[in-house]
Design a protein around this ligand. Sequence first.
Ligand SMILES: Nc1nc2c(ncn2[C@@H]2O[C@H](COP(=O)(O)OP(=O)(O)OP(=O)(O)O)[C@@H](O)[C@H]2O)c(=O)[nH]1
Ligand SMILES: [Mg+2]
Length: 393
Amino acid sequence: MLSLALAGKPNAGKSTFYTAATMADVEVGNYPFTTIDANRGVSYARTECPCLDRDRRCDSDNCRDGKRYVPVELYDVAGLVPGAHEGRGLGNQFLDELTDADAILHVVDAAGATNEEGEPVEVGEHDPVEDLDFIEQEMDRWLASIIERNWETIERQSRSPDFDIDDALSEMLTGVGATVADIALVLRNTEYPEDPREWEEEHRRELARELRAQTKPMIVVANKADIAPEGNIDRLREAADRVIPVTADGELALRRGAEAGVVEYDPGDETFDISGDVSDQQREGLEQIRTVTEQWGGTGVQRALNTVVYDVLDQITAYPVENETKWIDGKGRMLPDAVLLDSGSTPLDLAYAVHSDIGEGYLHAVDARESRRISEDHELGKGDVIKIVSTAN
Ligand SMILES: Nc1nc2c(ncn2[C@@H]2O[C@H](COP(=O)(O)OP(=O)(O)OP(=O)(O)O)[C@@H](O)[C@H]2O)c(=O)[nH]1
Ligand SMILES: [Mg+2]
């Protein structure tokens, strides 16, 4: 499963985002370092279910009337302050948690209602643009320190006559969660001496920077958009690439309202209806959320997740089935599974993603929309429904 991490300053709203996006119960508080241990849970990317092209909707629990929710892992880590790599705040213990993250949602308090350390201040008192860069810097320093720690080993290896710096670096970097392809790219983009004894600190830093940029793509969640002073979001957008205005609190209220049956809302909807009895106070709160959803086309929580999954990580969703005419599995369930794959993936990749046995026993595949066989190296498209024939099924 893809793994997405929420990182950012204390008190920015990471746990609120996490709670809203997973509907898990975790502690939220208006003080720094409410969260100490990482919370891990399942959240979803939203897409259109292929059942919309059929005469009935599918049976999946993850499909609501054609809105298909595809599971991804989400985790919420402790707040990070500048200097964390040298032990400030809760230090860098949580940085280790980011090792297996495929991407990072950097949660920023766009309202400027918390200072550099995450302590509450008046709305607008702190400039959130100042919070943008430090996460990357902290991660770079942390990675550089891991490289530093391994350097003695590399120096020792370099005494061997068949020493190769690229091989040695690759071996070390797979240890911090980078793939072979990532490392090849990083090494191509970095200049460094062949002899490890000639490396300076700056070489290690640059390697760390390239590695982080390649393996930890990031978007900015401009949270607390409901109370952000005018202009803050625009300024964040000028300063960073992918900035999504969000009200995590608003999303949480809508999901809870939907669960209680007083609000009609599915995660990712641009708007909502109040359908049950609510108190005047609740109605007022909901109408306040409406000002955000009207301005930004929703609360932004689902948009942030979708941007990471489909734009940043460039995933497609494919639907394996056993029966290519009815789009069902062996138990008669229609479109039971949705699988995220790197774009450019083939039916064989899908087979392996379903199960390694299915991949190993792969015989051929059928595009169920077209009812025709497709070759092993055929490039799958968004929303493809695929029957895989394997000796293992
Ligand atoms: N106005 C507003 N407040 C929010 C929003 N999201 C979170 N908050 C508030 O911000 C405060 C901090 O929220 P948390 O989710 O605990 O923040 P955190 O980033 O997990 O904080 P640490 O665990 O301390 O690092 C709480 O008082 C939340 O209610 C939002 O969208 N709008
Ligand atoms: Mg928290």
